[in-house]
Design a protein around this ligand. Structure first.
Ligand SMILES: [Zn+2]
Length: 144
């Protein structure tokens, strides 16, 4: 059996772009400026991430946005050896890290650094790519 394809192994499709919706637009607009925004319930004050319509504590749909410090601690990580999209194959293996942000929510991003340990202090940053901003984390080595 042969696999019909008009691409070669050297053809790399472009990375997918974020699907920006009215709900997530404030997050992506801030990310394009290098700022990490989180939703905060305007009724009870609970911070949430990723963007959602309703607060899961009080079910209010009244939302504010707050800028995160970008600081957090490593919750866990995984080393990806299989790309979920062909545009990431050349970057394998890469590490995704889940971070408990100081604001009390968990975020996922690429890891750019050396060895990781649970509880390590990290800092969120954005890489401005042509297809959109990409959240990544580095070691927080100093306190500005
Ligand atoms: Zn609430």
């Amino acid at each position: 059996m042969t696999h019909a394809s008009n691409t070669t192994m050297t053809d790399t499709p472009p990375r997918p772009s974020p699907k920006i919706t009215p709900l997530s637009a404030p997050y992506w607009e801030a990310a394009a400026q290098g700022r990490l925004l989180l939703q905060k319930c305007a009724s009870c004050g609970k911070v949430r991430h990723y963007p959602r319509m309703l607060c899961d504590a009080c079910y209010s749909n009244s939302t504010d946005w707050v800028q995160a410090s970008g600081r957090g601690k490593v919750h866990s990580w995984t080393i990806c050896h299989h790309a979920f999209h062909p545009s990431f194959v050349a970057e394998l293996p890469y590490t995704l890290v889940t971070v408990d942000l100081d604001e009390g929510v968990r975020a996922l991003g690429r890891w750019r650094g050396t060895a990781l340990s649970i509880g390590d202090a990290v800092l969120a940053q954005f890489d401005q790519r042509s297809e959109g901003p990409e959240l990544f984390f580095t070691a927080a080595t100093s306190t500005p």
